[in-house]
Design a protein around this ligand. Structure first.
Ligand code: SF4
Length: 384
């Protein structure tokens, strides 16, 4: 018996290959692709101009697998957060952020995350699993068509996608790439490369791959000007230190659709928010400007959660830091916090379902298995 195929797993080329196996021409695949992504259809019977022969071939063999909605939270500022149940106790989160001139969807790429950034509640939960292409794209598919209906609009609502939800997208590259292609495809969402952003904590080899395969806007979570501090805040830095990371950014810029790379910098009181550290950043960026890197900084007010042991920088400190960068000619913005009332702000993703996901527990039992119960101390730390 064959498993039913989820058509959301396919970019247009893969769908065409699948349809070819069924003895159908590419233009039929394009029709099918448009029905699914542009019109939000999941029932083949609805696809009235699709040949009956294809519809009957698909029935029973293929389906469009939506995610199951666990909850929806609407913020007073228009931000909407969905929690999706992706099975086995794993929950992911998707956030829609409306602004005057755009609609941005923040998408998750993994259930949990293995990078373990200190200021991120997802990082504290540990890693559960990679999302499939279909699960990544289903977030956009669902949100776009839900919003059109909800807002009574015929045309596109979501103009921008940021891969900034749960997970490190570049540690799930094989599944991410087809999902990006669907986002960009004119027969699907037709998003501009400049308006699709992959945010990474710095997986250097995959930054190069992305530049080759599908250059979209790039955001890099920097958070520190020096390796010693970044090692601590973003543990991946021990593998790919700042110098290597910034060189990869300069290489990426040759392919990038925007003429700058965005650096995200989460402002942590007394940790990375001192004037001296702003000056170190300026020096670092000047040094790499010579290699062709041009940058923009986005300073993010930290959203405290108890297990982090960190606190948010006071706003005057954030502004003083920003001013030092600005005075050095670096474009710098301070991120507005949105959806505070529904815990949709950055770094709070799925924090409120932490207990339900059971990720920490599973991590703990996995580790116990691995370590034969010897180093229980590290398990305790991870469960914080
Ligand atoms: S900030 Fe991103 S990369 Fe770091 S732990 Fe959180 S989700 Fe993972």
């Amino acid at each position: 018996m064959h498993m039913s195929v989820n058509l959301l797993d396919f970019d247009l080329d893969a769908l065409a290959a699948y349809c070819e196996q069924l003895g159908e021409k590419r233009y039929r695949a394009t029709q099918l692709f448009r029905w699914i992504h542009q019109r939000g259809a999941s029932d083949f019977a609805q696809m009235t101009d699709l040949a009956k022969s294809l519809r009957s071939k698909l029935a029973g063999k293929a389906h469009v697998q939506a995610l199951s909605v666990l909850s929806r939270h609407d913020s007073a500022d228009g931000t909407i957060k969905w929690l999706f149940d992706v099975g086995a106790g794993d929950v992911i989160e998707t956030v829609f952020i409306p602004e005057a001139d755009r609609g941005t969807l923040c998408i998750s790429s993994q259930a949990g995350c293995a990078v373990g950034c200190r200021f991120c509640s997802t990082g504290h939960q540990g890693f559960s699993r990679n999302l499939g292409t279909g699960e990544i794209i289903a977030q956009l598919w669902f949100a776009e068509h839900f919003l059109r209906e909800h807002l009574g609009r015929d045309e596109r609502v979501i103009s921008n996608v940021v891969m900034m939800g749960m997970g490190e997208p570049l540690q799930n590259y094989a599944q991410l790439l087809p999902a990006l292609r669907v986002m960009l495809d004119d027969h699907a969402y037709g998003l501009s490369r400049r308006r699709v952003t992959v945010s990474t904590s710095g997986v250097v080899p995959m930054i190069d791959r992305l530049g080759q395969d599908c250059p979209v806007a790039l955001a890099v979570s920097l958070h520190a000007p020096l390796d010693a501090l970044r090692d601590n805040l973003v543990p991946l830095n021990r593998k790919y230190p700042i110098e290597e990371l910034l060189q990869a950014c300069a290489r990426y810029q040759v392919h990038a659709p925007r003429d700058f790379i965005t650096f995200e910098y989460c402002m942590l009181d007394g940790v990375n928010d001192q004037p001296e550290q702003a000056r170190q950043l300026v020096a670092l960026m000047r040094q790499h400007a010579a290699q062709g890197l041009s940058c923009k900084f986005n300073l993010i007010p930290f959203n405290p959660f108890p297990a982090s042991g960190l606190t948010r920088s006071p706003m005057p400190q954030v502004l003083a830091f920003a001013q030092i960068l600005l005075d050095a000619g670096i474009v710098t913005t301070v991120r507005k916090t949105r959806g505070d009332d529904i815990d949709a702000a950055c770094g709070q993703l799925a924090g409120d379902v932490q207990d339900r996901t059971g990720v920490a527990q599973r991590m703990a039992s996995q580790r116990l298995g691995m370590l034969g119960g010897i180093k229980v101390v590290s398990v305790q730390e991870k469960q914080l």
